[in-house]
Ligand binder design. Sequence first.
Ligand SMILES: [Zn+2]
Length: 175
Amino acid sequence: MAHELSPSIQRILDFVNTYDLEDRTDMIDTPRKLGSWLVANGAMMEPAGVTAADVDDAARLRELLRTSLLAKTNAAGAPESESFSLPMALQVSTDGSAHLAGAGKGVTSALGHIVAPIPAAVADGTWERLKVCRNEACHWAFYDRSRNRSRRWCTMEVCGNREKTQVFRQRHSGD
Ligand SMILES: [Zn+2]
């Protein structure tokens, strides 16, 4: 499976990865940073009128997406059920096409724009390949290109081996 990830699906991964657990850096934790990120990533026209409540919404949606993608790599599953609702608009065109787009204004519409490709991704099987690294110190979002969709870590070299080493140590620590 060698098909390229569409920019709109890549943007979902990028959105989840605006928070880097390892460095504890957040690219969208102020109204200004959130506005710039949404504009730079084509989800919003101009970064005006972004509020602190928008920052909270974006973070909540991001972490919900992270938990959702993590459920595919982490056997333990999600701790509690949570959901996030956004207004969407269905656009049907005379040329035979139909697609979802974010509705509402400002950041609400921009967040809707980011998640709009999800239903189509679920339908075409792309969604099940979007995952989050199961390493608790990492939780990086990635696209699983493996043939049997079995990847559990962002990189086998770093996180995969780290976990293996940990399991090895636990098994061999004087019980
Ligand atoms: Zn990782």
